[in-house]
Design a protein around this ligand. Sequence first.
Ligand SMILES: [Zn+2]
Length: 245
Amino acid sequence: MILITQLLYLDDSYQKEFKATITNVDNKFITLDKTLFYPNSGGQPTDIGTISKDDNDNNDNIEFKVVFAKKQGADVVLELETEDHNLKEGDSIKGIIDWNIRHKYMRYHTASHVISYVVYKETGALITGNQLGLEKSRVDFNLENFDREKIKEYEQKANNILKQNLEVSCEGMPREEAFKIPSVLKLKNVLPPSIDIIRIVKIGDLDAQACGGTHVKNTQEIGQIEIIKAENKGKDNRRIVFKLK
Ligand SMILES: [Zn+2]
């Protein structure tokens, strides 16, 4: 049987609970037919939360903690805290994600789009890597040099954009059409040729970026950012570390 987990978070990043069917159980690793749990990937850490049997007639619907979600081929595999559980293939389950953590990542993630946009616009630099965290996040750029004076300017420009109440929207676009937008591929060396429809995330009319992560609806939800560090990370690699204020 070919299993492809449907990624519910791509349709609605604000959904906190979902129902699904278990398609595979391997000790503490559970695969579902659909999921809200974002799998650790692309610099955005895993969602955590709980799943339990969705069975109204039964009172022993114990909640099992989901401690990690990872991509495995086209599927998302959830790792439970324990292999001592009563879940089996075919079971209907209810899943709940830890919303506080997810929403923080959504804010950091969308903020990283805005910072990348500013640096790209000012310098033409592409992103070579990024890692979101709950306390701070970082974005790396293929830049020869950071003009120290400019860092504050980037921060200010990013904050001006964030203040603007811009709508963040997503749409699927055919590959060829998407690639005509200059800003779409700010991340170096991604998107295998097998992907025909590309998910484009737009910040107002300012920026369009190919991305499969979770974002807030409006830049105002992010608040303001502070760049706390700008450092050299090897030849042609410069890192910006920022936090949400
Ligand atoms: Zn994104």
